[in-house]
Unconditional design. Structure first.
Length: 102
């Protein structure tokens, strides 16, 4: 059984028992959260496709930790113009464990 959810403007395919890093969401470590923007639920051959959301479907998850991702270096250069800009970025994330799909 798996589901496709939408959170923070991104879509994820997930099933029960797996861990996932998503963009930072509110919630304390150890707290259970409910993700209710479910786009698709599949159980074997039975597929429920929402238009745009599946009515009554929920995904329960547990917040494992909050953190920051790896640094991404942004470097801009215009040749022969003495123009150089360097910048770094680290995206905040929340790691969750999927408990079940209902």
């Amino acid at each position: 059984m798996f589901a496709v959810i939408q959170t923070c403007g991104k879509q994820y395919r997930l099933s029960a028992g797996e861990t996932l890093k998503i963009e930072r969401i509110a919630g304390a470590v150890g707290q259970e959260i409910v993700l209710d923007q479910v786009l698709l639920v599949a159980d074997g051959d039975a597929i429920k496709l929402g238009a745009p959301l599946v009515a009554g479907a929920q995904v329960k998850a547990k917040v494992l930790k909050h953190g920051r991702g790896e640094k991404v270096r942004i470097f801009k250069l215009n040749r022969r113009k003495h123009y150089r800009r360097s910048q770094g970025h680290r995206q905040n994330y929340t790691e969750i464990e999927i408990l079940g799909i209902a």
